[in-house]
Design a protein around this ligand. Structure first.
Ligand code: TYD
Length: 208
């Protein structure tokens, strides 16, 4: 049992989850919480390998899975576990639900993927799944001025979204409507924190 709280933000590329994770982190810090904000893929050696591969030649599903799992293993050992042990709130921008959704979309079995991750990765206390229609996500990606990469075609995002939504019945997962402006979505994030699986924790730890 860890003393801290683990919150994961998940969603397809362009869903706005990173923006919401940052805002949420700031909101918690403003209330005096000790928060670690971190992301996957990480900036470690495996994470860098993954980022390089996405703009060149895509890895095979198995090699890709291996890279994400190794990246996560290192992330858990060096950052997540120590922060949770000291009682921090850990906010992760992507976690193993992304593996289930993205590598699942490449044909790997979702329940096996879940199992392999849960063998070593701590379970989140709350998973905020920011859901937007893929067309909207692509508009946002285009507006950021970034070129689309190999993960980001409409068909791909549609397949990944379906797999994310299939995880809605997993414990602690809350699907959040990611449409609308940043502030509107953020108010839904707070609502999720204050009324969702972490309701009791929030009531106890956060000043109102
Ligand atoms: P992303 O959050 O978009 O990173 P960046 O900071 O580079 O924008 O993640 C990169 C891609 O990796 C994204 O398309 C989703 C994918 N991904 C997986 O396929 N499996 C995983 O386990 C994770 C964590 C990410």
């Amino acid at each position: 049992m860890s003393a801290g709280v683990l919150i994961a933000f998940e969603g397809i590329d362009g869903s706005g989850k990173s923006t919401q994770a940052r805002r949420f982190t700031q909101w918690l810090r403003d209330r005096g919480a000790d928060v670690l904000l971190t992301r996957e893929p990480t900036d470690g050696p495996w994470g860098r390998k993954i980022r390089e591969a996405r703009f060149t030649e895509r890895l095979s599903p198995e090699d890709e899975l291996h890279a994400f799992l190794e990246d996560r293993r290192e992330h858990v050992a060096s950052e997540l576990a120590p922060a949770l042990a000291r009682g921090a709130v850990v906010v992760v921008d992507r976690y193993y639900y992304s593996t289930v959704a993205y590598q699942g979309a490449r044909g790997l079995d979702p329940s096996a993927l879940l199992q392999r991750n849960r063998a070593f990765a701590p379970r989140p206390d709350l998973v905020v799944l920011v859901d937007v229609p893929p067309r909207r996500a692509l508009e946002r990606i285009a507006a950021r001025g970034e070129g689309q990469d190999l993960f980001e075609s409409l068909a791909q995002l549609t397949a990944v979204r379906e797999r994310f939504l299939a995880l809605a019945s997993e414990p602690h997962v809350v699907v959040l409507d990611g449409e609308g402006d940043e502030a509107a979505v953020f108010s839904r994030v707070l609502e999720t924190l204050l009324s969702g699986p972490l309701r009791a924790w929030a009531a106890h730890h956060l000043p109102t």
